[in-house]
Design a binder for this molecule. Structure first.
Ligand code: HEM
Length: 513
């Protein structure tokens, strides 16, 4: 028997045992009234109804229309799944009932086998979560971002502009480097000058390794498989998990050792790590070194790819909507002029540029299905029963494309946020959904918004961003956004050239100061 067929046999038996126990303990149809959704099938529930094949957020939105409900309830092999497709329902449940809806699903592969349970993003709701969360939130509050992190962003955005002037064709690599360099300086006080930097390379290796097997593993569906030894036919996932675990340990410990050595020799620059090690921090009984190490590592794992995705979506939008770009550049010329680069003190006088940033976050959600929440106890919503342990997906993309909230939602239109006669405050700021909800809302949101703002304003000031196929090109036809927590677009044509003859000089001058 091949390894694959042995595993299938094993899983077949497991399914039989599991289903028998579900049937015996619950019956295949729950006696409770649930929220609308596709009717569950005998034995497998809604397994076949779950979207696959990409753009799952659009498929859930269509399902929501089909069943005439913004909340959908399904089951798959005994686990409940609640999909929330409107901001109102997300606010009702994830914001207002945070004590019930703030857990994370079990995730056997990544949390239990690869041992990523140190990571705040995946951590179960409880005492450790609260301790880590409080510190991360404090370290990324608006005043700390403005005082400590904005100068770092400014330096790295100028370095980005310089690299782009030299090799615009390496745009993605330069964006990745900028996002990584800002985070490495913020967390470890470590200056990154190239993609070959050993700590960035390590973090990237972890990211790439995890991306090899996105989605749910069999062991997540049948947790009992986690006890199979790695030599057992079909248990190849154990080897994958073991390597992933090793990489994750290295990614956390290598930069941490570097910062400890620098602190010991008195050569460390101020950073999140140095503050966590030198100040008295309430770690809730967790070893201080472990606490600092885990807190720093989570920032890279949560911050690098998200910022990157937003910046790529921005470039794509500029190639498709030249009139938006020209208007933002006119505003920059009026307010900043052509003798210097924009900086944070210009922000209040550049409302259109700020709206371009908002629209970038709305037009293509960086995390279209957010990070799944889970319920810690039974609940009832609109007369529908939601059992304890239900996985809860917030369809952020659907909320940001809700036609009853955003007119013509597929069009990139920064003007939608400006007040009109009908809507005195304009359409809602996408930040209310783009960064998630309730007690798990993204603690890096102020940091993310600031770094994006400066990068967008600076890119618009220095470069003309065009589509080599002509104005507007072919629209988004043929472009696919990847599945997974962070969604990146497939490659698209673009061209970057200095917008005016003196632009490169402004960048060199800024680098010297
Ligand atoms: C455009 C950039 C970003 C977007 C769109 C984004 C979005 C999100 C979303 C949707 C979540 C899940 C929230 C939920 O479960 O309801 C999240 C969680 C998180 N984000 Fe961000 N994020 C961004 C940048 C960042 C940055 C730069 C950092 C770090 C400085 C960061 C740190 C985190 C952390 C630590 C969590 C986990 C919070 C928890 O589980 O309690 N994010 N983010």
């Amino acid at each position: 028997m091949s390894e694959f067929s042995e595993l299938r046999y094993l899983c077949g038996s497991l399914v039989a045992v599991l289903l028998a126990s579900i049937l015996l303990t619950r019956g295949w149809r729950s006696k409770h009234r649930h929220l609308p959704g596709p009717p569950p099938k005998f034995l497998v529930g809604n397994l076949k109804d779950l979207p696959t094949g990409g753009h799952e957020w659009d498929q859930y939105a269509k399902m929501s229309e089909l069943y005439g409900s913004d909340v959908l309830y399904m089951t798959a092999l005994g686990t409940g799944l609640l999909v929330i497709n409107s901001f109102e329902a997300a606010h009702d449940l994830l914001d207002k009932r945070g004590s019930v809806y703030s857990d994370r699903p079990r995730l056997v592969m990544i949390k239990e086998l690869m041992k990523w349970d140190w990571n705040l993003i995946l951590m179960s709701y409880g005492k450790n979560f609260t301790t880590y969360r409080r510190v991360v939130q404090q370290e990324f509050q608006p005043s700390t971002v403005a005082e400590l992190y904005r100068p770092i962003m400014a330096t790295e955005v100028i370095a980005l502009l310089d690299r782009l002037l030299r090799s615009p064709e390496d745009l993605i690599q330069h964006f990745r480097l900028m996002a990584g360099a800002i985070i490495m300086m913020v967390t470890y006080g470590h200056k990154v000058d190239s993609v070959d930097d050993k700590y960035v390379a390590l973090a990237e290796a972890v990211r790439e390794y995890s991306a090899q097997r996105p989605g749910t593993e069999l062991v997540d569906v049948f947790p009992i498989l986690k006890y199979l030894p790695s030599w057992f036919p079909g248990a190849g996932f154990q080897k994958y998990a073991a390597i992933g675990k090793k990489l994750s340990i290295q990614m956390r410990s290598a930069p941490f050792k570097m910062i400890k050595d620098r602190l010991a020799s008195g050569t460390a620059s101020p950073s999140l790590a140095s503050r966590l090690l030198h100040q008295s921090v309430d770690t809730g009984g967790i070893d201080q070194d472990q606490f600092a190490q885990n807190t720093c590592a989570v920032v890279y794992s949560a911050g690098a790819d998200t910022t990157l995705a937003a910046m790529i979506n921005f470039i794509l939008a500029m190639t498709l909507y030249p009139e938006v770009q020209e208007r933002a550049q006119r505003e920059l010329d009026d307010v900043v002029g052509r003798d210097r680069l924009p900086n944070f003190s210009d922000k209040g006088r550049l409302p259109y540029v700020s709206n371009v940033v908002k629209e970038t976050l709305r037009w293509k959600a960086v995390a279209p299905l957010g990070v799944p929440h889970a319920t810690v106890s039974d609940d009832v919503y609109r007369d529908g029963y939601v059992p304890k342990g239900t996985t809860v997906i917030a369809n952020i993309s659907a909320m940001l494309h809700d036609p009853s909230v955003y007119s013509d939602p597929d069009t990139f239109s920064p003007d939608r946020f400006s007040p009109t006669d009908q809507k005195s405050e304009g359409e809602p700021d996408p930040a209310r959904a783009a960064f998630g909800f309730g007690r798990r809302i993204c603690p890096g949101r102020f940091f993310a918004e600031d770094s994006l703002w400066l990068a967008v304003a600076s890119l618009l000031h220095v470069f003309a961003i065009t589509n080599p196929d002509g104005r507007g090109g072919n629209g988004v036809k043929g472009i696919r956004w990847s599945s997974g927590l962070v969604s990146l677009p497939s490659p698209f044509p673009y061209k970057l050239e200095p917008r005016f003859s003196k632009a490169p000089e402004l960048v060199s001058a800024a680098e010297r100061t």
